[in-house]
Design a protein around this ligand. Structure first.
Ligand code: ASP
Ligand code: MG
Length: 423
């Protein structure tokens, strides 16, 4: 017997009929002896509809009232699912965020959960009722309703699993797991049985939108085993856990984003404070900077000069360029240039740590396709490149082939020589 927290996303609860099928599914877990806590999203499209209602007013709504509005979608789903559960003969009890309570900070529309009191949920479980909890919402110490950011029901589920010390948190959705890359681009993309929290964070922050990033962070922090699986298909899905070195593939997946822009300042004086002078105003304007590169400086007439390049989101390109032109002129830089249609591709894998030559293999595969690399950056478990967007699909396919990601991972040979190994 296990305690499982299950979260069903908007597309899984978009009709009464689907909600009825979820009630049957939850009942099946109960029948086999598991305790289940269910977290649900608003019915598919509902949160967008609520957002549009507010947009219709034309003016910027008060953040407090916006959260009151957006949180109503989930309240509908918990009531209907609890009713459907009762019809299956398994009693259920719905809970809004404040009825638990799930206490958050007061940053409306992207609140963070501060603590969860599990007493009420425990009582329901002890009375053999299935708690059906509204995702995406919290309550401040001052009794204001908050929401946790779009996709926030994932975080609700993980936080509840941590608070209840559940055996597993299962995220049910319309895909059957996490894939080596986007199957729409590489038809041979393969479902991963297992990825680590670290890898999932890299993949999630790079556009693989299966899970809210915050939920993955939370699961990693509290070591909550997390599983992504399909709502209406059988299958084990993908398990996201702490690192486990057995049969770790070198590369787990390829993540990518299209909406990147690259900005370069040529010929800036190479002296202390330059990076700050260039990026300070950008940060102050809440523009997120991703990759940053600075060259080894060149000596021109005795004064060292350097080039400085970084990427931002396409939507921030014009604003960032204007700020950069100003600071570059103040510093007496030679030129500012930029391009807004670039793409970023990242190879992700904790197995990279113990394998040399991954970068060389990556660059060779891209060279074979004649793809020019505009920027390169690395971390312990990731190698990212920036390329022209028109080469994106070609690059992803070439890398998927090069690292044979369509094949299930083989047990990798240890690179240690026998004498290095402990007896
Ligand atoms: N209903 C919210 C949204 O659409 C929260 C969620 O689905 O997780 O973003
Ligand atoms: Mg969602």
């Amino acid at each position: 017997m296990a305690l499982i927290v299950q979260k069903y996303g908007g597309s899984s609860v978009s009709t009464t009929d689907k909600i009825r099928r979820i009630a049957d599914k939850v009942k099946a877990f109960r029948d086999q002896g598991d305790d289940v806590v269910v977290v649900v999203s608003a019915m598919g499209g509902e949160t967008d509809r609520l957002q549009e209602l507010a947009d219709g007013l034309g003016a910027e709504p008060a953040p407090r009232e916006m959260d009151v509005l957006l949180s109503t979608g989930e309240q509908v789903t918990i009531a209907i699912l609890a009713m459907a559960m009762d019809q299956t003969g398994v009693p259920a009890q719905s809970f809004t965020g404040w009825q638990i309570p799930i206490v958050s900070d007061d940053v409306h529309s992207k609140a963070r959960i501060e603590r969860i009191e599990s007493e009420n949920l425990r009582q329901a479980l002890d009375a053999q009722r299935v708690p059906v909890v509204a995702g995406f919402q919290g309550i401040t110490e001052g009794n204001a309703i908050t929401t946790l950011g779009r996709g926030g029901s994932d975080t609700t589920a993980v936080a509840l699993a941590a608070a209840l010390d559940a055996d597993e948190c299962q995220i049910y959705t319309d895909v059957d797991g996490v894939y080596t890359t986007d199957p729409r681009i590489v038809s041979k993309a393969r479902r991963l049985d297992k990825v680590t929290f670290e890898e999932m964070l890299e993949m999630a922050s790079l556009g693989s939108r299966v899970l809210q990033i915050r939920a993955v962070e939370f699961a990693g922090k509290y070591n909550v085993p997390l599983r992504v699986c399909s709502t209406f298909d059988e299958g084990p899905g993908t398990l996201i856990t702490l690192e486990d070195n057995v049969e770790e593939p070198i590369i787990s997946g390829i993540a990518f984003t299209k909406d990147e822009a690259q900005l370069t300042v040529l010929g800036v004086p190479d002296q202390p404070g330059v990076a700050y002078a260039l990026l300070g105003p950008i940060g102050e304007n809440n523009i997120e900077v991703d990759m940053i590169l600075q060259n080894v400086s060149e000596l021109t007439d005795g004064a060292p000069l350097t080039d400085f390049t970084f990427t931002v989101h396409t939507g921030d390109f014009e604003a960032a360029k204007a700020l950069l032109e100003k600071s570059a002129a103040d510093l007496g830089a030679r030129q500012v240039s930029g391009e807004s249609g670039v793409a970023k591709v990242s190879l992700v894998g904790v197995g990279m740590r113990s394998h040399a030559n991954v970068a060389a293999r990556m660059f060779k595969a891209l060279a074979n396709e004649n793809i020019n690399l505009r920027m390169i950056s690395t971390t312990e478990i990731k190698i990212s490149i920036v390329i022209e967007t028109k080469y994106l699909e070609l690059a992803v396919r070439a890398l998927h082939d090069e690292f044979e990601l369509d094949q299930p991972p083989q047990k990798v040979e240890s690179e240690l020589t026998p004498t290095d190994e402990q007896s």
